[in-house]
Design a binder for this molecule. Structure first.
Ligand SMILES: [Mn+2]
Length: 348
């Protein structure tokens, strides 16, 4: 223990990045202490996150799962939808379960990165559980659990966890470092989004020092496409249009497109970022009918465009960040008279 403290002090005093990182949670010390205490006394922990889990949801869940198990606790990580193939390289990925657990049998529930409670598929169970914790970086998370650690300044939920581990002397193994760096890497758009601060690069460097391989993470998450992936990207890119009223670049993928290309929603991850590269547009939107009658919308913008896409997402029942948000609506995507529209499910 003594040695740990000393290492931490040394690190803090010689590495500006680390002290900045620890500073991330400074304004949240009261709730941080409560969360650390709760986790310390927990014997069995259920970790939950959002539907259609992404790199941050899965990476954060696994990093926390590894940390809790290392401390001899019983821990289960539940994901409401299967893990996308491109995240199967995460150490411990096979531990993530899509089988809904008996929530009441855990003494503590930690929900990560989820923005809105319904997206965890645990809404009813969490409402009646006595010990629930939220750890999230989405500014519009309404904080409906017992302990809410919501840090909008963080680049990813994995960023908050990394600082929480550092601050409570939980050692970060190479596997945990890989999981955390994957969350940070994917949520910062490969260190290209506005959230890429000097502090986050310092933290990334620290995680690499603990054994995370950035090139491997980059390869697995972004540089690997299979045939269904390339085909579905082709369809989305071939349909890109600029809305004359909003100056938004928009594209659509129908359920038939996914079937034709043998592709899934996960294969489209990243398309909306490419749509957002079109100059003179205000924001980018990709609409995907991922199941008949269910449409997922992804929104992106850039700082200089001056559009807060989380407001658009909120109007449509979703949420997220100013520059990256999403929503879900019911309906079908159809082509009528040369134009793409969303029509109510029963009218298609
Ligand atoms: Mn996130």
């Amino acid at each position: 223990m003594e040695q740990n403290t000393q290492q931490r002090l040394t690190r803090g005093s010689t590495n500006l990045g680390s002290s900045e990182n620890i500073g991330l949670l400074q304004p949240y010390q009261t709730v941080v202490q409560a969360v650390v205490e709760r986790l310390r006394s927990a014997k069995s922990v259920l970790i939950g996150t959002h539907e259609h889990p992404d790199g941050d949801a899965a990476g954060s869940s696994l990093a926390l799962l590894h940390a809790l198990r290392m401390q001899g606790k019983k821990a289960t990580a539940y994901i409401p939808d299967p893990l996308p193939d491109f995240l199967s390289f995460l150490p411990g990925a096979e531990e993530l379960t899509t089988v809904k657990p008996q929530v009441a049998s855990f003494d503590t529930v930690v929900l990560l990165d989820y923005t809105q409670l319904y997206r965890t598929h645990l809404e009813a169970e969490v409402a009646v559980h006595p010990n629930t914790i939220c750890i999230d970086h989405h500014h519009d998370n309404e904080g409906q659990t017992k302990l809410n650690l919501i840090v909008p300044e963080a680049a990813a939920t994995a960023h908050i966890l990394a600082d929480l581990f550092a601050g409570s002397e939980i050692p970060v193994t190479a596997d945990m470092a890989t999981c955390l760096l994957t969350g940070i890497f994917t949520d910062t758009g490969s260190f290209m989004h506005d959230s890429t601060s000097p502090a986050i690069l310092d933290l990334a460097s620290e995680l690499m020092g603990k054994g995370a391989r950035l090139s491997h993470i980059a390869h697995e998450t972004y540089q690997k496409k299979d045939l269904p992936g390339l085909r579905i990207w082709g369809r989305a890119l071939s349909r890109v249009m600029v809305n004359q009223t909003t100056q938004a670049s928009v594209s659509v993928i129908t359920h038939q497109d996914l079937t034709d290309c043998s592709a899934t929603l996960d294969d489209l991850s990243g398309v909306v970022n490419l749509l957002n590269t079109l100059p003179q547009t205000t924001y980018a939107m990709l609409l995907t009918e991922y199941q008949p009658g269910k449409i997922k919308g992804s929104l992106r913008s850039e700082p200089h465009k001056g559009v807060d896409v989380s407001k658009i997402a909120k109007r449509l029942g979703g949420g997220g960040h100013k520059l990256a948000s999403g929503f879900e609506v019911e309906g079908h995507i159809v082509e009528r008279g040369g134009a793409w529209r969303v029509v109510p499910a029963k009218l298609a």
